[in-house]
Write a protein that binds this ligand. Structure first.
Ligand code: GLU
Ligand code: ZN
Length: 493
C-alpha cells in the first residue's frame, strides 16, 4: 500500500462521456500502479441539473469498464458519504468557519449591479472580475443591506499573491493575482458550489493527487488558496495535493470534443458492441503512451507501467476509426467461447434471439463465430453477419432478404443461377463445407461458366440475406440443408 489517494468525481448530469472516462482511467491506473486508493465521489450538489439516471449510468459505466473503486458509492469507506448531496451539513459548517475566520465574506451585490460595474471596468480597459466591493463593508452597511432584504452570496477572499504550482503534466504554472477573483463559494440560496465542495472534499478525503481535465486549470489557484485557508483553520492536515491537468481531447475539425458529439457518448460504445477492453485501450492513448510503440494493451498492463510523467500536455485527437480498429484487435484476441458469450446479449437486444436462446442456438453460434471473428470490429457487426443463421427459429423473426440487396442481386438474370445451384445442392447426400463447395463450383463455375462473384452472389444473398456474409460454404453447412434449400427456393419463387 502507498499513501497515494486519487479521485474520480464526476457530476451526474447528462450522459457519461469519453473525456470523463479517460480521466477516471488515468486516476485508476495511477492508483493501481502505486498501490494507492482510487476514490469515486459523486459531485451532486446541483439539484437542478443532477439526475438519478445519470448517477446510475456512471456507476454502471465504471463497472462495465472494470474500473473498480476502493472508496465510494455502494462500497463505502472511511471518508463517506461519497455523494456530496449527503454531505451538505459538512459544507455549511466549513463555510461558516471560513466566514468566521475572515477567509470569506458575504457579498450583497445584485447580478445587475455586478454587470453594470463590469461594463465600466471593461470600458476602462481593466480586468472585469469582481471588484471586491463587499470585502470591506462596515457593520452599518451590512445592517442596511440586511434590512433591505438583500440576499448574499459567500465569496472567498483571495490572498493578494500569485499562485504557482508544478503541474504534474504541464510543469510550472503561474496565475497572477489579478486573474483570480474573489470567487463565489455559496449561492444566495445557501447552496454550496463546486468551488467549495470539491476542494473541501479533496481535503477531507485526503486526496494526494488531483488528475483532471485541462478545462479545470483555472480552478487550481483558487483551490490552492482555499486549501491554505483550511490548513490555517485546522481542517486540512496534510500537504497541498499535487495537480496534473490532462490534455484536451479534440474531435472533428480540431474542435474540442463536445458532450454533444455522438462519439463522445460513452453508452454509444456499449450499445454498438465495443468491448470494454477495446475502449479502455483506446482511451488510454488519449494523452498517454505506453512506450516502445506499443498500442495494444490491457488496463492491467497499463497500470503496471503508468506514470504521470508520460502524460503529454499537447491536445489529443479522438479518432473513432482508430478506436474501432483497436476494438477489432481485441475482438480477434478473444477465445471463441468468450466471444460467443459476449455476442448473445446483442443478439437478444436486436431481436434475433428470444430472451433466452436455446442450447442449439448457442451451439450454432459457437460454430459460426470463428467464421466472422477476423472480420468484425464490434459485437453489433457480428449480429448483422450471423443473424441469418437464426431467423425462422422459434422466437426469432422470419428470414427476409434485405430488400435493397434483393433488388441489386436477385434480378431475373440470377434466376438460372439459383435454379442450377438449387439442383446441385438437392442432390447432395452429404452436407459439408467441402461437398457444398464442390457442388456449387461444378454447377455454376464449370456448368454456367460464371465468374465466382456472379456465381455465388445470388446464392449468398438468397440464403444470408446480404451481399456481405461469412464464408459462404461454411455458412451453408452450419445453416443446414433444409433451410438452405428452402431459402433458395423462395428466392426463385
Ligand atoms: N465535478 C467536477 C467535474 O465533473 C470535478 C472536477 C475535478 O476533478 O475537480 O467537472
Ligand atoms: Zn459584492
Amino acid at each position: 500500500m502507498s499513501n497515494v489517494r486519487v479521485r474520480f468525481c464526476p457530476s451526474p448530469t447528462g450522459n457519461p462521456h469519453v473525456g470523463m472516462v479517460r480521466t477516471a482511467l488515468f486516476n485508476w491506473a495511477y492508483a493501481r500502479h502505486t498501490g494507492g486508493t482510487f476514490i469515486f465521489r459523486i459531485e451532486d450538489t446541483d439539484s437542478a441539473r443532477d439526475s438519478e439516471e445519470s448517477y446510475n449510468d456512471l456507476l454502471d459505466s465504471l463497472r462495465w469498464l472494470g474500473m473498480d473503486w476502493d472508496e465510494g458509492p455502494e462500497v463505502g469507506g472511511p471518508h463517506g458519504p461519497y455523494r456530496q448531496s449527503e454531505r451538505m451539513d459538512i459544507y455549511a459548517d466549513v463555510a461558516s468557519q471560513l466566514l468566521a475566520g475572515g477567509y470569506a465574506y458575504k457579498c450583497y451585490c445584485s447580478p445587475e449591479e455586478l454587470e453594470e460595474r463590469r461594463e465600466v471596468a471593461r470600458a476602462a480597459g481593466k480586468t472585469p472580475g469582481y471588484d471586491r466591493m463587499c470585502r470591506t463593508l462596515s457593520a452599518e452597511q451590512i445592517a442596511a443591506y440586511e434590512a433591505e432584504g438583500r440576499s448574499a452570496v459567500v465569496r472567498f477572499r483571495m490572498p493578494d499573491t500569485d499562485y504557482t504550482w508544478v503541474d504534474l503534466v504541464r510543469g510550472e504554472v503561474t496565475f497572477a493575482n489579478e486573474h483570480v477573483p474573489d470567487y463565489v463559494i455559496v449561492r444566495a440560496t445557501g447552496e454550496p458550489l463546486y468551488t467549495l465542495v470539491n476542494p473541501v472534499d479533496d481535503v477531507l478525503m485526503e486526496v494526494t493527487h488531483v488528475l483532471r481535465g485541462e478545462d479545470l486549470l483555472s480552478s487550481t489557484p483558487r483551490q490552492l488558496a482555499l486549501y491554505d485557508a483550511l490548513k490555517e483553520l485546522g481542517i486540512a492536515q496534510g500537504e497541498r495535493p499535487q495537480y496534473g491537468h490532462l490534455p484536451y481531447v479534440m474531435g472533428e475539425g480540431n474542435k474540442k470534443l463536445s458532450k454533444r458529439d455522438p462519439e463522445s457518448r460513452l453508452l454509444m460504445y456499449r450499445e454498438e458492441g465495443y468491448l470494454p477492453e477495446g475502449l479502455i485501450n483506446y482511451l488510454a492513448l488519449l494523452g498517454w503512451s505506453f512506450g516502445e510503440d506499443r498500442e495494444f494493451f490491457s488496463k492491467e498492463d497499463m497500470a503496471e507501467v503508468f506514470d504521470i510523467s508520460r502524460v503529454n500536455a499537447n491536445p489529443a485527437r479522438f479518432d473513432l476509426k482508430k478506436c474501432t480498429a483497436i476494438n477489432g484487435e481485441w475482438m480477434r484476441a478473444l477465445e471463441t467461447d468468450d466471444l460467443t458469450d459476449r455476442l448473445i446479449p446483442y443478439l437478444v437486444t436486436d431481436g434475433v434471439f428470444a430472451q433466452h436462446p436455446t442450447q442449439d442456438q448457442v451451439l450454432t453460434l459457437r460454430k459460426a463465430v470463428p467464421l466472422v471473428q477476423e472480420r468484425m470490429e464490434t459485437l453489433r457487426q457480428g449480429v448483422g453477419m450471423l443473424g441469418f443463421l437464426f431467423y425462422g427459429d422459434e422466437g426469432s423473426p422470419e428470414f427476409q432478404v434485405e430488400p435493397a440487396e434483393a433488388e441489386k442481386v436477385l434480378t431475373p438474370d440470377a434466376q438460372p443461377v439459383l435454379t442450377a445451384g438449387l439442383q446441385a445442392l438437392e442432390q447432395l447426400t452429404e452436407w459439408t463445407t467441402e461437398t457444398i463447395e464442390a457442388a456449387l463450383r461444378e454447377a455454376l463455375i464449370d456448368g454456367l461458366e460464371l465468374k465466382p462473384k456472379l456465381a455465388f452472389g445470388p446464392v449468398r444473398v438468397a440464403v444470408t440475406g446480404r451481399r456481405v456474409s461469412p464464408p459462404l460454404f461454411e455458412s451453408l453447412e452450419i445453416l443446414g440443408r433444409e433451410r438452405t434449400l428452402a431459402r433458395i427456393q423462395a428466392a426463385i419463387g
